[in-house]
Design a protein around this ligand. Structure first.
Ligand code: GLN
Length: 317
């Protein structure tokens, strides 16, 4: 547990909030047209500890689309339904070293070229993971995913239909990725449906507190510390965290691990979650992104707060 007084934790959040409030680096994602219109000033921080306490700073009411952070929780669902080997043995758990929507990484991959495996946190692996979620119909599969995310967040989440429509109209690249993944046998059937469900899962609307509770559930071995619901098997959590450490911030995952030691996951909506096992889950939302597609303020704020609280699991405090 955190050897920290609640006052010290709150002070760390407040400090990071003030320090980066005026920062004007980065830009909203605009390849999904509606994301360009999201207020760039949204800036919220939340931290959840295993004893269920929630700390916040800034704007924790505004919601953004979860985007790639969803990939973590869909991979978790596949592990819960079919066992962790379903991820390890098919998609793989290695970094691609390429951008999140790289098609080259598919062409270089094991099935296609005998090269490296992928992982469920880049688009090809994520769309494949979505295709593995079990259900009786398209809607049944989506609802299974949405209620699983809701269990992590501790409240019923919903889809931002405007984001879903905007991305559906412009996601030809992801459709191509789904098709290629099918061609190489990573997706067994209905790649169009997999990409469609993936696009909808990326459009789920969340605030900083939702994301921090999701991260806090991972920090607490799969037991939601706020609702006390057992959301995933404790044995699957460290495996999921390993993939986040390897590939959670795309091709900047190594830099992120260097700075924080924390498994994390970013999304182009501007959110980042990070997990300090047994200590806290943290999330920051701020839409402007850097070149790699990671929120500028979120990276800085999480690194400062975690380092102030002794969150790095590799550091002896
Ligand atoms: N829905 C987005 C996409 O597939 C998610 C990408 C991201 O958040 N990095 O392009």
């Amino acid at each position: 547990a955190l050897a920290m007084e609640p006052k010290q934790i709150q002070a760390a959040l407040d400090r990071a909030y003030e320090k980066y409030k005026g920062l004007k680096e980065g830009a909203n994602a605009d390849y999904i047209p509606v994301l360009a219109k999201v207020d760039s000033n949204i800036y919220g921080i939340a931290l959840v500890t295993p004893d269920g306490k929630v700390y916040t700073a800034g704007d924790v009411k505004s919601e953004v689309s979860i985007q790639s952070i969803s990939k973590v929780f869909t991979a978790a669902k596949v592990m819960e339904q079919s066992g962790p080997d379903q991820i390890f043995g098919t998609i793989g758990v290695d970094a691609t070293g390429m951008r999140f929507n790289s098609i080259v990484s598919i062409e270089m991959s094991k099935q296609a070229f005998g090269g490296p495996e992928m992982n469920p946190l880049v688009n090809p692996g994520a769309i494949a993971a979505t295709s593995m979620v079990k259900g009786n119909s398209r809607d049944d599969i989506f609802n299974t995913i949405l209620s699983f995310y809701s269990d992590f967040a501790g409240r019923k989440l919903t889809v931002n239909q405007e984001v879903f429509k905007s991305e559906s109209d412009t996601n030809q690249r992801n459709q191509a990725i789904g098709m290629l993944m099918y061609a190489y046998g990573y997706i067994k059937d209905n790649p169009q449906q997999a990409t469609d469900i993936y696009t909808e899962q990326c459009s789920v609307s969340v605030n900083a507190k939702d994301l921090a509770t999701m991260a806090g559930t991972l920090a607490n071995g799969g037991l939601n510390p706020v609702t006390q619901k057992a959301v995933m098997k404790p044995d699957n959590v460290p495996k999921l965290l390993a993939v986040m450490a390897t590939a959670g911030l795309y091709d900047d995952s190594g830099k992120w691990l260097w700075r924080t030691g924390l498994p994390g996951k970013s999304g182009v909506g501007g959110g980042i979650i990070a997990v300090s096992p047994g200590k806290f889950g943290i999330a920051v939302i701020s839409p402007p992104l850097d070149e790699a597609g990671n929120s500028v303020r979120a990276q800085k704020a999480i690194a400062d707060i975690s380092n102030a609280l002794g969150g790095n699991p590799y550091a002896i405090m």
